[in-house]
Design a protein around this ligand. Structure first.
Ligand SMILES: Cc1ncc(COP(=O)(O)O)c(C=O)c1O
Length: 358
């Protein structure tokens, strides 16, 4: 029996999207960002599908260890680096590249006495004000790392863009200029672009691009979908109808009676709710597909169920397939309706959703 709710993962779409990155950035190496369970797509199967990338990036040590345990031998970069000697020991054991963004991490590397040389991606904060050495600290960080016996040379020089998803925002240009000034004459490869940089800012496609979202076929820009950018959505979240019922005009539906039937209506109850990662604040009117035909969510999303107005559809039966996003329902559209971003929806698919990797 099919599991009630499943995220169908299209590995051919992942490969296609990697190909799109290669087209856009033919001179760059690709560090495929597969943190957070590959944005909900399953980290190991996604890594296997994206094996043509030049390396992988994850946020946390455990994510990298899981990839090594699955036999992946690519370069793996820990985007947050490690803290503490135990983390460093594990990074050495699993041959992980480290992002270094913090003075404590410099001290830790200085104190390292093992024989492993770490490949280091040193990060400068050019305006994001999250991770990275401040511009004033950066030259000192570079000279300490250059003098550190535990660090392989040359370093890779990294920054992260804060606003690249807004093609009119001057911040990206300022970040690129500052990064250029701070790294002028410093040996080593450069890495700047996330998906929005890769797609929208040619000057950010340096030696390494670091796409995440676009690999999953989703747009980082709010005015278009992945499809509009030549990408193919890799996740289809689908479930089944578990009840069909009629309500009279004026009857209220679901918790809080948040939707009132404007006419005699037929409703399909589908097995999906915020317990699966379908956001509770998704409003009435948000599109879904029932048997590949468009219908609308009505009433409040509960933990395990949603209600869909199927009055206009010919015959809807228990067991029919409902698509919540992917295919004809762009996740970007659902995210906008729910007042969030597509990153949050795909990453937020919960553990009880079966990943059906194809
Ligand atoms: C440092 C870094 N690089 C690249 C990415 C990939 O970003 P995106 O998914 O927008 O392509 C992320 C994701 O948040 C990141 O933190």
């Amino acid at each position: 029996m099919n599991p009630t709710i499943r995220a169908v993962i299209d590995t051919a779409a992942l490969r296609h999207n990697l190909g799109r990155v290669r087209e856009l950035a033919p001179r760059s190496k690709v560090l495929a960002v597969i943190k957070a369970n590959a944005y909900g797509h399953g980290s190991v199967p996604s890594a296997v599908a994206l094996a043509g990338a030049d390396g992988f990036a994850v946020a946390r040590l455990e994510e990298a260890v899981a990839l090594r345990a699955a036999g992946l031998r690519h370069r793996i970069v820990l985007l947050e680096g490690v803290f503490g000697t135990d983390g460093l020991r594990q990074a050495a054991h699993h041959r992980l590249d480290l992002c270094v963004h913090e003075p404590e991490q410099l001290a830790m590397l200085d104190a390292w006495r093992g024989d492993h040389e770490f490949s280091v991606w040193v990060k400068v904060d050019t305006g994001m004000n999250r991770l990275g050495f401040k511009p004033a600290q950066f030259p000192r960080a570079l000279s300490r790392l250059s003098a550190c016996a535990a660090v392989a040379k040359p370093l890779t020089l990294v920054t992260h863009l804060a606003n690249a998803d807004d093609r009119d925002d001057a911040t990206t240009r300022e970040q690129l200029d500052l990064f250029g000034r701070l790294t002028a004459g410093v040996p080593g490869e450069r890495s700047i672009a996330n998906s929005a940089g890769t797609l929208g800012w040619e000057a950010s496609r340096a030696d390494w691009v670091r796409p995440g979202l676009m690999l999953y076929g989703v747009s980082p820009f709010s005015d278009t979908t992945g499809q509009g950018l030549g990408l193919r959505p890799a996740m289809r979240l689908e479930t089944t109808v578990i009840a069909v019922k009629d309500v009279e005009a004026g009857e209220r539906v679901g918790y809080g009676g948040a939707w009132t039937a404007p006419r005699r209506s037929r409703l399909a109850v589908a097995a999906a709710g915020y317990g699966d990662g379908y956001p509770r604040n998704t409003p009435s009117g948000t599109p879904v597909l029932v048997n590949e035909q468009r219908a609308e969510l009505v009433g409040r999303v509960s933990m395990d169920m949603i209600t869909i107005d199927v009055t206009h559809l010919p015959r809807v039966l228990v067991g029919d397939v409902v698509v919540l996003w992917g295919g004809g329902v762009p996740v970007e559209q659902v995210a906008r309706a729910a007042g969030t971003i597509p990153y949050e929806l795909i990453c937020g698919v919960s553990q009880r959703v079966h990943l059906d990797v194809r």
